[in-house]
Design a protein around this ligand. Structure first.
Ligand code: GLC
Length: 548
């Protein structure tokens, strides 16, 4: 099957491997742009802002879930994966979005959420109404409890959002949910579960999307043999040999091989990128040919502003790509992470969860330093081979909104941890488009999360005409990156402490002064600098320059 809008196109970005060096822009639909004034962003809102994405120069847009959802987990609790939440639009709106994006040479990637459904999904409702041992319950993970009356959970497994990963039903059985209790886990040894996901892939593939971002890709296969094995750690401390009962198991290969066969029914084949929080040595499994094809490398998002750490991240990312035959990916921020303009404004090593609980005041972020580093980091990331995933608002330098009123928080993490963690809402505040319009141009209705005063000066309209703005820096960098030789390696150049310096094929170089003394500007033609004022003969700290 050929994408109707792509047929006959000669754009090189439509080649089968377009994703290897793509700049992908993540849209969190409910917070992007609201076309109908209900305070929630929607699909037509995305369509209305395609000009922005085109002027930014991105190759693809990835949409976080827009499917019908009770919004317990911001849409990652899906009640119907082959439909559009009526508050966000219709399947026809999605068709229009895909066609419009394609006409501008922009690909569209959608999220799939295979590990769990919403508790409002028809299957889970059927399971609740069906007896113990029924086929309807076999699609999920129902178990009897431990202890004399079965009153203890079947295992010690914990939910990522706090509390046990098991909830008991009135009939005495327990069901598994690695996330919120409204997100029951599916049983991936069930053939019906597998076939249904293949149907979902084909549904969106036939509609014209170009690929998928796979949610919790490391979680589908579980060792559910009795007695259930203990798993006291969450997935960030996984063993490196696939022996964890819940995450990163070898059986995933077989599941993704079936998906790959579906991707390859399309021309060009659909791409996929795995959200797999696995040890760096194992992430390449998800990215290899025959599996999903690409995997997120989240190490930038957890690295301090430190040249040794950043260099390690780059080296491990490139090595992992070499192992898989894919390219690596670079991620500074997304909808689950404290935004990097804020992370880099804080001293290295600050506990971000604890900092969020202070309302973002202790320690006080150094906003100017955060902005400089965020700009330098963006140029560093965009200079690297592989794909770059930008999160909406990164291009504006948006900070984390750490002082949201408690009664406005929507992330289940706040409530489920009994206030021990504030959650991810601060990265999900609706975007500022127009400094003069109501709600900064997000839409005519009161946005679902309040926008802070600082968003006004960061709005697209405030930055558009300023050549030194963070928005224009991103535009220039993405354009120049597109002209680069697409070689997939870098050569490090010796440099003083605190400085990262490398060369790409064609003689093009990137120098980041992370924390060193000012270094002499190397001879050559300066292409771009992250500094807000022109650099003179030296490159100060917190600055990246591109030159050749
Ligand atoms: C992924 C998503 C996150 C969601 C979780 C459960 O980690 O990025 O937002 O809460 O999966 O679906």
């Amino acid at each position: 099957m050929t994408h109707p809008t792509l047929a006959g196109s000669s754009r090189s970005s439509f080649a089968a491997d377009w994703w290897r060096h793509a700049v992908v822009y993540q849209v969190y639909p409910r917070s992007f742009a609201d076309s109908d004034g209900d305070g929630l962003g929607d699909i037509r809102g995305v369509v209305s802002k395609l000009d922005h994405l085109e002027s930014l120069g991105v190759d693809a847009v990835w949409l976080s879930p827009f499917y019908p959802s009770p919004l317990v987990d911001g849409g990652y609790d899906v009640s119907d994966p082959r439909s559009v939440d009526p508050r966000l639009g219709t399947v026809d709106d999605m068709r229009e979005l895909v066609a419009d994006a394609h006409s501008r040479g922009i690909k569209v990637i959608v999220d799939v959420v295979p590990n769990h459904t919403s508790d409002q999904h028809a299957w889970f409702q059927e399971a609740l109404a069906s007896p113990k041992g029924s086929a309807a319950r076999a699609r999920y993970v129902f178990r009897d409890g431990l202890g004399p009356d079965g009153g203890e959970p079947p295992s010690d497994w914990r939910s990522h959002f706090g509390g046990p990963a098991w909830t008991r039903l009135p009939d005495g059985q327990w069901y598994l949910h690695l996330f919120a209790r409204e997100q029951p886990d599916l049983d991936w040894s069930n053939r019906g579960v597998r076939d249904d996901l293949l149907r979902t892939l084909r549904f969106w593939g036939d509609l014209g999307v170009d690929g998928f971002r796979v949610d919790v890709a490391h979680g589908l296969a579980k060792d559910l043999a009795e007695p259930l094995r203990s798993q006291p750690n969450l997935d960030r401390q996984l063993p490196t040999d696939g022996s964890d009962p819940l995450y990163d198991r070898d059986e995933l290969d077989e599941i993704y091989a079936e998906w790959r066969a579906v991707f390859n029914e399309y021309e060009p084949p659909l791409m996929a990128v795995a959200e797999a929080w696995a040890p760096p040595s194992r992430v390449s499994r998800y990215a290899k040919r025959g599996s999903l094809g690409q995997a997120f490398n989240f190490e930038f998002s957890t690295s301090a502003w430190d040249s040794d750490q950043l260099r390690g991240v780059i080296e491990r990312g490139l090595a992992s790509a070499e192992r898989s035959g894919a390219t690596t990916t670079w991620v500074l921020s997304n909808h689950d992470i404290v935004r990097h303009a804020t992370r880099f404004a804080l001293p290295n090593g600050v506990d971000l969860d604890a900092w969020l609980l202070t309302g973002g005041v202790d320690p006080a972020p150094d906003v100017a330093v955060g902005r400089r580093r965020a700009r330098a980091a963006a140029l560093l990331m965009l200079a690297l081979p592989g794909s770059v995933y930008l999160y909406q608002g990164d291009e504006l330098g948006l900070p984390e909104v750490a002082d949201l009123p408690i009664d406005r928080l929507r992330d289940p993490i706040w409530e489920r941890t009994n206030g021990a963690q504030k959650g991810r809402d601060g990265a999900r505040v609706p975007l500022p488009w127009d400094s003069e319009a109501p709600h900064l141009g997000f839409g005519t209705g009161e946005p679902w999360l309040p926008q802070p005063a600082v968003f006004r000066e960061l709005a697209v309209s405030s930055q558009d005409a300023d050549p030194a703005s963070t928005l224009n820096l991103h535009r220039a960098a993405i354009r120049l990156r597109g002209l680069l030789d697409a070689s997939e390696d870098i050569t490090w150049i010796d440099s003083p402490d605190g400085v990262l310096h490398f060369r790409r094929a064609g003689g093009w170089r990137c120098l980041t002064n992370v924390s060193g003394d000012a270094v002499p500007l190397p001879a050559g033609e300066m292409l771009l600098s992250s500094a807000e004022t022109p650099v003179g003969d030296t490159v100060p700290r917190d600055t990246t320059v591109w030159y050749r």
